[in-house]
Design a protein around this ligand. Structure first.
Ligand code: ATP
Length: 527
């Protein structure tokens, strides 16, 4: 955890602005709300769409914006759009049915999941305020590791009577902050025990018996794995390639909190990138670095964004020697000085395809014509294998929240001090067009320009127009909504066909020809 240098913004201020300006509302607000669910208002819906579109375009349609992969070739991705409800066997194979059934503790660092009642805490006798090391009950090696770590921490050899063991179940959140997980190196990465099954249950058909139980998906990834064979058979894709999906996921979180950060309904943007085991480490490094670059390109480019690589010897059960897991993390006002996960990039080996192959009793192996021994005819004989998977898994709502927090700015020198400094590409309102006053043909001219800009930029955001109040007040309203440019029609426009352009971030103004406005905006928005 690095020290914070940026003054922390107030989450209350950000939430108040989100409500006031139509970014985020509480779901079912007029009925008193519903915990863990949030609705997006007009500006929020547009902001979210812009972030979703940016991911879709940059990752999927242009294959990482045309960047070459570690094999020196273009990166190939194809999209799917799979159902929220799947055959319940999918969730048995993925481990969600069995694994989500008891109070569980997750390790944010190693991505391991433990039964809460299986975790014990080792500490030095009498050191009530000190660090504790978790281990899994019955795991002798794990216990020895915990003892060694504790010995290093207290800087002495620990014999019988020098240590004591506590149950994890029942300890306070504050105590958990001092615990190092069984496969972690830092303190405070274990979550509080969460009552699983985390999956929302529903019933299919009219009878609604236990035989009809189905689940709302807790992640979009499994719909990709179950369609791996279909995509290979129908799309002429060759490994290495990725399948991408954006969609809703549902988790019955025990403690939804921190605005939209931990919600019960949220949207994910996931890629499963399939490659040969020998290439997995290189592809993992490629995706880890590119995902970080991508978030930076959208304005999260300061020290609030970090890439945290998990320690190699503390990886999740499926992650093998050689590659690993990283998180792209953002310093939210409520996590500062710490960070919260925006996206995880994991080398999942062939774990998921193997699980589905076994549970569905369907071969999911890929036949690679370009590998294998060289036959007498000089051609490779081919190799049959289960591809390894690199999974960049991002939260769209968490992304929007990070963008909102990063954009929120207070500038006390302005008459209205709050403004949202969105990257122009993401801004929900792309431009404002205002007549200086409501007379002399100015409103008509503004309406014309407004119509022209709406036609050209409408797919990417709103073009606002407004005739009420002083121009300063109208600018302030646009600043608060994060609109990057305002064009004002005034007396001069009518004589020399120029307009004023005002820049949100600097407040500076310049004049340009009215006919130049669409191209000017195009250049600035970088769409
Ligand atoms: P956390 O440890 O915060 O619960 P996770 O590690 O379980 O997250 P993943 O299963 O890796 O999350 O999901 C991928 C992404 O989905 C996360 O990086 C996050 O952006 C998003 N996400 C997960 N759970 C939620 C949630 N309850 N609300 C909003 N977004 C979520």
């Amino acid at each position: 955890m690095t020290e914070t240098t940026t003054p922390t913004k107030s989450m209350d201020d950000i939430m108040a602005l989100c409500k006031r300006r139509g970014f985020v509302y509480q779901a079912s607000e007029i009925y008193g709300g519903i915990n863990g669910f949030w609705d997006y208002g007009p500006l929020g819906a547009m902001l979210k769409k812009n972030l979703r579109d940016a991911w879709w375009t940059d990752c999927v349609m242009t294959g990482c914006n045309g960047k070459l992969g570690p094999d020196g070739k273009p990166v190939r991705l194809v999209p799917v759009d799979t159902c929220i409800i799947q055959n319940p066997k999918v969730w048995e194979a993925s481990g969600h049915v069995a694994g989500f059934n008891d109070p569980m503790v997750d390790c944010r660092e190693s991505k391991s999941r433990y039964r809460a009642d299986h975790l014990k805490l080792l500490r030095a006798t009498g050191e009530d305020e000190g660090r504790m090391f978790a281990f899994i009950e019955g795991d002798t090696k794990g216990f020895e590791t915990a003892l060694k770590k504790l010995g290093k921490y207290v800087k002495r050899d620990l014999g019988e009577g020098d240590t004591e063991v506590l149950e994890l179940v029942g300890v306070d959140a504050e105590v958990l902050e001092r615990v190092v997980g069984p496969h972690a190196s830092e303190t405070g990465t274990l979550t509080e025990p969460r009552a699983f099954n985390l999956m929302f249950k529903t019933y299919i058909g009219a009878t609604a018996t236990e035989d009809d139980v189905a689940y709302l998906r807790p992640e979009t990834a499994q719909g990709i794995f179950t369609n791996f064979k279909n995509v290979v058979d129908t799309m002429r894709v060759k490994v290495p390639f990725g399948i991408a999906q954006i969609g809703k996921a549902f988790r019955n979180e025990v403690t939804p909190r921190n605005f939209t950060f931990r919600s019960r309904e949220f949207e994910q943007m996931e890629i499963e990138f399939f490659c040969h085991a020998d290439d997995a480490e290189a592809w993992y490094a490629f995706w880890r670095d590119w995902r970080m670059e991508w978030w930076q390109s959208l304005g999260l480019d300061g020290d609030n964004l970090i890439l945290r690589e998990h320690d190699r010897d503390e990886l999740a059960h499926y992650a093998k020697e050689g590659a690993g897991t990283s998180d792209v993390e953002y310093r939210f006002p409520f996590t500062a000085p710490g960070f919260g996960e925006l996206e995880g990039v994991a080398h999942r080996t062939e774990f998921d395809l193997r699980q589905h192959q076994e549970h569905a009793k369907t071969k999911l192996e890929y036949f690679d014509h370009e590998r294998g021994e060289i036959a007498p005819n000089g051609q490779p004989k081919g190799e049959r294998y289960l591809p390894h998977v690199i999974e960049p898994s991002a939260g769209l709502d968490r992304g929007v929240l990070a963008i909102l927090c990063e954009a929120y700015t207070r500038d006390e020198s302005r008459p209205s001090p709050e403004l949202m400094k969105f990257h122009p590409r993401l801004a929900p309102i792309k431009a404002g067009v205002f007549p200086l006053v409501k007379k002399d043909g100015m409103p008509e001219k503004a309406a014309q320009l407004h119509a022209e800009l709406s036609k050209r930029f409408g797919a990417h955001g709103l073009i606002e127009t407004d005739e009420k109040q002083s121009i300063g007040k109208r600018y302030a309203r646009m600043d608060e909504a994060g609109c990057p440019y305002c064009f004002t029609i005034d007396g001069e426009t009518l004589t020399d066909q120029t307009v004023t352009v005002r820049d949100r971030d600097t407040g500076s103004q310049e004049r340009i020809g009215i006919d130049k406005v669409p191209d000017y905006l195009d250049g600035k928005l970088g769409l």
